[in-house]
Design a binder for this molecule. Structure first.
Ligand SMILES: [Zn+2]
Length: 342
């Protein structure tokens, strides 16, 4: 008698589970992969199922829209319609994960989600660091140092790119600060240029990171058809217009211009989706900055806002916003990579 009830109960409850649709809204800046990852749907079959289930609610390039609710594909075997070899490949990919201690205890596990960036190599450089905090903003009793916020975004970007199969060098490093969720990031002078002390003199400081990238690039260029360096800053010197993002490329660099334009287009479309009323005033221009003209791989220098501006400060102190900015940078790089792998 007992077992009969147990059986009935299991039968009924599992029927309910199958019949029940799981839905959720995306978080700020989340793309399909990140959204599915958060729901533990890690491989291509869920991606395909998701696109099928939600095709009417997706933006262009299958972008998620902020205030929409999306159906999450079942975890059941129903979604396995790929052939067996494909499934095998997916599951071995699913297993591929490793540790990157720079991301900090909570975030150190890196899981390969897809291979969209296979063949791409990135040099991710957060501005300033070591003895140089960069621009300093004040918020109540807190001092916001540009180098700490740029570093947090740089780590998030690096992780995103690694999870999509790219080779990533994190040029400026802090052995202690991983990816942080805090609003007010504690300031330190620990940052190094891949283990080497950062000099205070500005020219020496910039030369050090350029030389390091060039040294790595001399080997990478034989292996990777697409190499890009990305310099992340938060200290726009131009006027205090909210939401300004500046993308700079080296004078006469065609590929630098293409990347900067692609980044601007990506950011503009993200602003349309996430903050339709605020508008986006990103600009692309060429600028003879030391790191752009002296670093061999194609470079992008980005100023994500002004840490001294109170509107921009609100954007940077929320970790979800820092993650969104990192995700958009990663998406811009992916879009550019897809355009041509030279
Ligand atoms: Zn700066």
């Amino acid at each position: 008698m007992k077992s009969y009830f147990l059986f009935l109960f299991l039968f009924v409850s599992s029927t309910c589970l199958v019949g029940q649709e799981i839905k959720d809204r995306p978080r700020d800046g989340e793309g399909v992969y990140a959204f599915l990852q958060r729901h533990n749907r890690l491989n291509q079959k869920y991606y395909r199922a998701f696109i099928k289930l939600n095709k009417n609610k997706l933006g262009k390039d299958n972008e998620l829209k902020k205030h929409h609710t999306y159906i999450i594909p079942d975890l059941s075997e129903k979604n396995t319609n790929a052939d067996e070899t494909a499934v095998k490949n997916e599951s071995s990919r699913e297993d591929k994960s490793w540790r990157e201690p720079l991301f900090g205890k909570k975030e150190e596990r890196v899981k390969l989600l897809n291979n969209q960036l296979e063949g791409a190599c990135f040099y991710i450089v957060s501005g300033h660091g070591g003895p140089d905090p960069g621009a300093i903003g004040k918020m109540g009793k807190y001092q916001l140092h540009e180098d700490e916020y740029a570093y947090d975004i740089a780590l998030r970007l690096a992780k995103n790119l690694m999870q999509q199969g790219a080779k990533v060098h994190i040029i400026i490093q802090d052995a202690k600060d991983g990816i942080r969720e805090d609003r007010y990031l504690a300031n330190s002078k620990r940052e190094t240029c891949m283990g080497k002390k950062i000099p205070l003199n500005q020219l020496e400081r910039l030369k050090q990171r350029s030389d390091k990238i060039n040294e790595l690039y001399s080997k990478d260029r034989k292996k990777y058809s697409y190499c890009r360096s990305v310099f992340i800053h938060l200290d726009s010197r131009s006027q205090h217009k909210q939401m300004d993002v500046f993308f700079y490329y080296a004078p006469k660099s065609t590929n630098g211009l293409r990347l900067a334009n692609e980044m601007k287009r990506t950011f503009a479309s993200k602003y349309d989706t996430h903050q339709p009323n605020r508008g986006f005033t990103g600009t692309v221009s060429s600028r003879g900055l030391y790191v752009l003209t002296n670093t061999q791989p194609v470079g992008l220098f980005v100023e994500l806002g002004n840490i001294q501006n109170q509107f921009d400060q609100r954007r940077f102190i929320l970790s979800s916003n820092r993650q969104a900015l990192a995700n958009w940078l990663a998406l811009g790089l992916l879009n550019d990579f897809r355009k041509g792998k030279e």
